[in-house]
Design a protein around this ligand. Structure first.
Ligand code: ZN
Length: 378
């Protein structure tokens, strides 16, 4: 895609989404924000990856910033209340504005700052499931809010012993309103927080003299993951489809899965050579060796839990198993957001989902065999 096409696409998509530029600036700082800011200041946050790409650590997921002839491209935006700090760090490095933002997936610690940057003119690009899920979440929340409000009104009318048929009328009205909620909740959607450009599979992005590849990994950490590969710079931002030296989060509620995660890691390995610099979703700058290590860990744990599952061990029993986790626990894999126990529980559920049907089929076969043998014996 040429730059001209990119820009016409933006006009088209933003026009459709109805994005309005708000010049009022961003949300007010609260005490909570100050605390976050302190945390931010206390961390060493900028790591030069190449001459024109740097990595930003801090609150939330790792950010990649590409500074080139066209402008600034940023991968992920961390939380909403640290945008000022991110902006200042970028300003210390370059006088250019953030023109494009790519989101690696839908989690708040990676996309929280979208709104702040898009208000200042940046265009957000993400997998279509980022946009769809966020939109649905806002819609559902809004729907709940309206429903609660109307239900409270009915309760009040009932309490007051309204005899004029008003309660019945309100109930009818409520049902009708719920039917029409799709239109009503649409008004609550803050389009500035949503990606303006979304895509289904892969996207080539020609910017800053680099043919950047945005590659979708299906059902990995979530159902919205992409990795961002800068081939000329040989840098890869993986989002949470790979986290360095920690147990991964299989967010099955948002469409993530064990097999998808594993396939994703294998795809990442295919994309890399030994010199590729990998910016993980969380953790330190990594290399393909670290990804291969995670694959080994996942396959080992899966095989151990599969045996336990086939031996009728329960989730609780598996959650306290530490005989095979010691090696990675000692390296700090379970020290973060996903503890060893959390990871074992999540993985057990995936083992159950994947191996359960085979197990049940084999058990049925065994039962039938035993019954047949009994019959023959008689
Ligand atoms: Zn995530």
């Amino acid at each position: 895609m040429t730059k001209a096409i990119i820009f016409s696409l933006i006009i088209l998509v933003t026009g459709f989404a109805g994005i309005a530029q708000d010049k009022n600036g961003r949300d007010q700082n609260s005490k909570k924000d100050d605390k976050t800011a302190d945390n931010y200041k206390n961390k060493p946050s900028v790591i030069d990856v190449t001459d024109n790409i740097f990595m930003l650590k801090g609150m939330g997921g790792n950010i990649a910033v590409q500074d080139g002839i066209d402008g600034i491209l940023m991968v992920d935006t961390q939380f909403e209340n640290v945008s000022d700090f991110i902006e200042n760090i970028i300003k210390n490095k370059t006088d250019k504005e953030v023109e494009f933002i790519i989101n690696t997936h839908l989690h708040g610690d990676h996309i929280g700052g979208n709104k702040n940057f898009s208000r200042k003119g940046a265009t957000v690009i993400a997998h279509e499931n980022v946009r769809n899920t966020l939109r649905n979440n806002i819609r559902n929340k809004s729907k709940e809010k309206i429903q609660t409000r109307i239900e409270a009104q009915i309760e009040e009318a009932e309490k007051a012993g309204n005899a004029s048929g008003k309660v019945e009328q309100m109930k009818e009205g409520l049902e009708k309103r719920i039917e029409n909620l799709t239109n009503e909740t649409e008004q609550d959607i803050d389009f500035e927080a949503l990606p303006a450009i979304s895509f289904e599979n892969d996207l080539l992005f020609h910017y800053n003299d680099e043919d950047t590849r945005l590659i979708h990994l299906a059902r990995a950490h979530t159902n919205s993951d992409i990795v961002v590969y800068f081939p000329k710079s040989n840098v890869l931002h993986t989002g949470d489809a790979f986290v360095s030296k920690m147990y991964p989060y299989l967010d099955t509620k948002n469409g993530g899965s064990y097999d998808g995660y594993l396939n994703g890691l294998k795809r990442i390995v295919q994309l890399c050579n030994k010199d590729t610099k990998i910016i993980p979703g969380h953790g330190e700058l990594a290399s393909v060796i670290d990804v291969q290590e995670t694959i080994r860990m996942l396959e080992l744990y899966y095989s151990k839990l599969k045996i336990a599952f086939l031996q009728d061990k329960t989730e609780d029993q598996v959650a306290s198993m530490r005989d095979f986790t010691q090696f990675y626990d000692a390296k700090g894999y379970g020290d973060g957001f996903i503890t060893t126990e959390k990871f074992l529980r999540a993985l057990y559920n995936e083992v159950e989902r994947i191996e359960g049907p085979y197990k049940r089929r084999n058990e049925a076969k065994q039962k039938k065999y035993e019954a047949d043998q009994k019959k023959k014996g008689n």
